[in-house]
Design a protein around this ligand. Structure first.
Ligand SMILES: [Zn+2]
Length: 137
C-alpha cells in the first residue's frame, strides 16, 4: 500500500475534493455565472471572479497532455516506486490535473501523450484519504 502525504484540514477550498476522493469521486467545480470549469478547487471562478461555484463529479476519463518520468525520488513517500511517470491529465469535462500514471511496466516506454487514462483511487497507509491516480485504458 502506498504511503503518500495526506491533506491537512481544515482547508476550506480543497476539503470537499478530498471528501469526494474518500467516496471514489473525482470532484471539480464549475462556475454558475459563466460556466467556466474550475480546477484546482478554489473559492472564486478563474474567469469571472464569481464565488458561485458548483461542485461536479468527473467520470474520471481523460488523456495524457504531457508527462515526465522521475527516475529516482529519495522522499520516503516515493522511494519505493522506482521510475514513475507524473503527468498532466486533460479530463473530458474540461479541466487539467497533475497526477501519477500507474499500471505501466516501464514508464519511459509505455506512457504516451494523448494516451487515454481512467482515474482510480489509491489507498494510503498514511491516512484515510486515497490519492487519485490514472491508469491507461
Ligand atoms: Zn465564472
Amino acid at each position: 500500500m502506498a504511503n503518500r502525504l495526506q491533506p491537512v484540514f481544515p482547508e476550506q477550498d480543497t476539503e470537499h475534493f478530498w471528501e469526494g476522493a474518500k467516496q471514489g469521486e473525482l470532484r471539480y467545480q464549475q462556475c454558475n455565472a459563466c460556466d467556466t470549469v474550475v480546477f484546482t478547487p478554489r473559492a472564486h471562478c478563474t474567469a469571472c471572479g464569481s464565488d458561485d461555484l458548483a461542485w461536479k463529479v468527473s467520470a474520471g476519463a481523460g488523456e495524457v497532455y504531457t508527462y515526465s518520468v522521475v527516475r529516482q525520488n529519495r522522499s520516503p513517500a516515493f522511494a519505493d516506486l522506482g521510475a514513475y511517470a507524473v503527468a498532466y491529465i486533460d479530463l473530458d469535462e474540461g479541466f487539467r490535473m497533475m497526477s501519477g500514471i500507474v499500471g505501466v511496466g516501464d514508464p519511459t516506454q509505455e506512457v504516451r501523450i494523448g494516451m487515454r487514462v481512467q482515474v482510480e483511487f489509491e489507498p494510503q497507509e498514511s491516512g484515510e484519504y486515497p490519492i487519485p491516480v490514472f491508469r491507461p485504458v
